[in-house]
Design a protein. Structure first.
Length: 345
């Protein structure tokens, strides 16, 4: 049976565990989530403990398609309804004013709340079953804080171990996440003063958003709400990652090999560069690249290399989500590459 077809018994058991205050990992179309009952502060605290995530970093609440967003948020602007009609279920998270009765543990103490309705059939089945479809499942990506997000159930087991030897009570398997990078996050919580603000680029582009609400979202200024995915050192493998312009890849590989260093290489076209310890060719479309990206980073991380070289993708707007994640994976590793390339004295 396809992993995309939810197994009713597994869904019922997982929903029951969530209702008991346990953690359940589940697939979404973006990445796998580490879920807990959003209205149970003790359950939400388990997410922060399992991830090693600071408690002031807000979580996204996942809702069933028929959910009442008026239960979760207030002062909902018309643009939110338009975007929900256009993109839900799907990889778009909206930040709105949090309704007063929703515990602030889920939003790291902020007065806003992140809401998303995922399209993955297993996620939808779980959300429909949990509290009869009226609950919300708080879920960050199911990885340790700062690490690469998981796009398969195996990645989740690699991060946390398998139940019962794990802080997770269950892991639902829904195959490989289709989109592969986290949802686009749009802040509508300060519409009157700031307009729509793009907190995290993703599969749904600023242009697609503008086509619905008639205005291109602004980029965050210093006063925008905290988004942990916007920290510099996010989405990073353990091995340093360096972005290399296509025209320099061959020379960098050759010089690293000449210096006795082991390089792993993520390329965008096949060719012959024999001097690496591992090599992967990624698809040449933004959607294909995003779909493969995190599994590729994990594979390269396991290759025992001194550095992971990534042939830089194009910089066009449709590559924004991918380039954002690559820049964060590489954060301050450029200095590592420079040091490896320095000729020995
Ligand atoms: O695709 C996704 O969004 C995945 C799947 C599981 O749905 N989830 C995800 O969660 O990426 P997480 O926690 O890894 O990243 C969520 C981001 C964080 O950067 C968080 O700070 C931001 O959303 N966020 C959540 N609620 C927020 C709020 N009220 N205000 C500002 N940022 C918020
Ligand atoms: Mg994350």
């Amino acid at each position: 049976m396809s992993e995309l077809i939810p197994d009713p018994a597994a869904i019922a058991a997982a929903a029951h565990l969530l209702e008991q205050g346990e953690l359940v990992a589940f697939p979404t179309e973006t990445v796998y989530g580490l879920g807990a009952d959003a209205e149970n502060p003790q359950a939400v605290a388990k997410i922060y403990a399992a991830k090693g995530r600071p408690a002031n970093h807000p979580l996204i609440v996942h809702l069933a398609p028929a959910a009442d967003i008026g239960y979760w948020a207030e002062q909902i602007p018309a643009q939110a309804q338009q975007l929900i009609a256009a993109f839900w279920p799907g990889p778009l998270t909206l930040i709105l004013k949090r309704a007063a009765h929703i515990p602030d543990t889920v939003s790291g103490g902020q007065d806003s709340i992140g809401l998303r309705c995922p399209s993955h059939p297993v996620a939808q089945a779980l959300l429909r079953e949990f509290k009869g479809g009226r609950g919300g499942v708080a879920a960050p990506s199911a990885n340790k804080f700062g690490h690469v997000s998981p796009t398969t159930a195996r990645h989740v087991r690699d991060e946390f171990g398998a139940p019962p030897q794990s802080p997770l009570a269950a892991i639902l398997d829904g195959g490989q996440s289709e989109v592969g990078i986290e949802s686009t996050i749009l802040d509508l919580s300060r519409m009157a003063s700031h307009g729509p603000v793009l907190l995290r680029p993703g599969h749904i582009s600023p242009q697609q958003i503008a086509a619905v609400i008639g205005v291109v979202p602004a980029l965050p200024d210093g006063a925008a709400p905290r988004a942990s995915g916007t920290l510099e050192a996010h989405y990073a493998p353990v091995t340093p990652v360096a972005l290399v312009a296509p025209q320099h890849v061959a020379e960098v590989v050759r010089r690293l090999a000449a210096g006795g260093h082991r390089a792993a290489l993520m390329r965008r076209a096949s060719g012959s560069l024999e001097e690496t310890c591992a090599q992967l060719v990624l698809p040449d479309t933004p959607a294909g690249y995003a779909h493969a990206l995190y599994a590729a980073l994990r594979e390269m991380d396991a290759a025992g290399a001194d550095i992971i070289l990534v042939e830089a993708p194009p910089t066009g707007p449709e590559w924004q989500g991918v380039n954002d994640r690559l820049r964060r994976a590489a954060h301050d590793s450029t200095a590592v590459l420079a040091a490896l390339l320095k000729p020995a004295l």
